[in-house]
Design a binder for this molecule. Structure first.
Ligand code: HEC
Length: 155
């Protein structure tokens, strides 16, 4: 009897998992890539800093995300793509050129704060992709400070 119930429950779980693959499928981003407005091109970011941004931030903060295979499987997909979409709404490095000076300044400061506090990249992301090393954090710090200084010297 108990075995039967377990078997039945197992089938139910499997069926549910299959069924949810068809509902609420996260849409992949299909925004055009406008390299003119991209932070890397615009600020002439060097190759080390480019690697840091691309490897740790671009999946959630640009129009050039890479979708891992597990991002296609519900229910994880809802959660992962949700983070990616939300991150891009808050800060989109592909639209840097469209930001006002004030906004750029604010976002640069936020970047430093979030990374130094260990809040970015999101812990659920570093769990798979790894954390920034102390050296990378220091590099990001000096890059952010340099960009803020540049921005403030512009009129
Ligand atoms: C897995 C997705 C993900 C990754 C990777 C990621 N972020 Fe985020 N980021 C988010 C989400 C979601 C938010 C908005 C919610 C929040 O603040 O927690 C956010 C918010 C931010 C904000 C705050 C924006 C604002 O105006 O309040 C900054 C700054 C930021 N991220 C910088 C970074 C940097 C720098 C990196 C790479 C070192 C990075 N993030 C990597 C998802 C991500």
């Amino acid at each position: 009897m108990i075995r039967k119930i377990f078997k039945y429950l197992l089938y139910l779980i499997i069926l549910t998992l299959v069924a949810i693959q068809f509902i609420n499928r996260p849409k992949k981003l299909s925004e055009p890539i406008d390299s003119q407005n991209d932070i890397i091109a615009l600020l002439g970011v060097d190759s080390k800093m480019t690697d840091i941004l691309k490897n740790n931030c671009y999946d959630c903060h640009s129009n050039q995300p890479e979708y891992p295979w597990y991002s296609k499987i519900a229910p994880i997909s809802w959660w992962i793509v949700g983070h990616m979409d939300h991150g891009r709404e808050e800060l989109n490095f592909s639209k840097w050129g469209e930001y006002s000076k004030r906004r750029k300044n604010k976002k640069l400061g936020d970047m430093l704060e979030e990374v130094m506090d260990g809040d970015m990249p999101l812990p659920s992301y570093t769990w798979i992709h790894g954390k920034l090393t102390d050296q990378e954090k220091r590099l990001l710090e000096s890059w952010v400070n340099q960009e803020i200084a540049k921005l403030e010297s512009e009129n």
